[in-house]
Ligand binder design. Sequence first.
Ligand SMILES: *Cc1c(COP(=O)(O)O)cnc(C)c1O
Length: 382
Amino acid sequence: MMAQWRVPLADLDFDEAETEAVLHVLNSRWLSMGGVTQEFERQFAAMMGAQYAFAVSNATQALHLACLALGIGAGDEVIVPSLSFVATANCVLYTGAQARFADILSADEPTISPAEIERLATSRTRAVIVMHYGGFPCRMGEIMEIAARHNLAVIEDSAHAPGASLAGRPLGVWGDVGCFSFFSNKNLSTGEGGMLVTHRKDVARKVSALRSHGMTSLTWDRHQGHAYTYDVTTLGYNYRIDEIRSAIGLAQLGKLAQNNARRAEITRQYWQALRETPLQLPFSHLEGAAEISPAYHIFPVLLPKETSRWQFMDKMKANGIQTSIHYPPIHQFSYYRRIFPAVTLPQTEQFAAREVTLPLHPRMDKTDLDAVIAALHAALGN
Ligand SMILES: *Cc1c(COP(=O)(O)O)cnc(C)c1O
């Protein structure tokens, strides 16, 4: 039995638009990657101002394709944040390259520290993966400058950041490749799904082949009468999305700006309501900063050092409020400990030990917000 939360951590914003989009695909009798996917890619690329966009079945595949298309492999190193979902580092190991874990800037700004990228860069370093935590931008100006100096490719894990921008430039098109997730709990949901964007023609060519078995034509092309046969030019994968999910993606894309604006509003209300509590509120110092337009994917808070997180989360749960942790650091997972036993990242470890994520989704209303805040006061004992 699934728990019935009074306020869940995340919720879908699905209505007739998604239902009709799916029915339209079913009635068209073409389910595998084709015209609807091309339209989803076209509209996503247009929103991003990206030259190329490739829809895939999840962001982990997008990240893997990004590494492969940039030529990353055995003997190479890639700098990654540890305060992220495990896929951010797994994609590097898939290629045979090594991950080098970078610390975050601070508890107030828990994105990758540019000074750490500088510290970790060696002659073997080929790339850096940055992750826009919560949909708040990493320090892209500094990062791009360091990357240029060390000749590093930049991959943006933008799973939290569809529709976000920094200095007017969307997150995901600052670096060489941007990767997005459309998992159920993300800002744009298709159940499972992802997108890779790039402005580089060489990367686009490789991604196009690698996504579909290294083949030179698709079943769709042959259905359209564009090709009779194909060659296989590289060791590829089946990382394709399908028309049903692309149709959901198109419906969701139409709601993204409005839903991100609603997330912004709820975030500001949270910050306002929690300012006088002993909680630390990451990114709240950026409120009103003109050059950033975040996607407000999650709402993280840091508990006072002396507060027991498990007791706090249990008390929230008892009041029907779902909470989570973003993230257990990647370098502390037992698999990664075995490979990289010596890694310590003080800022990341302190942040991760105190972090709790509160509910945030566009369907939350004032009553939901008040319920979370009341439960929070009770759980903190004030
Ligand atoms: C969700 C997420 C991913 C993985 O996305 P999938 O689509 O589930 O593969 C990668 N990185 C971050 C930061 C995420 O939040």
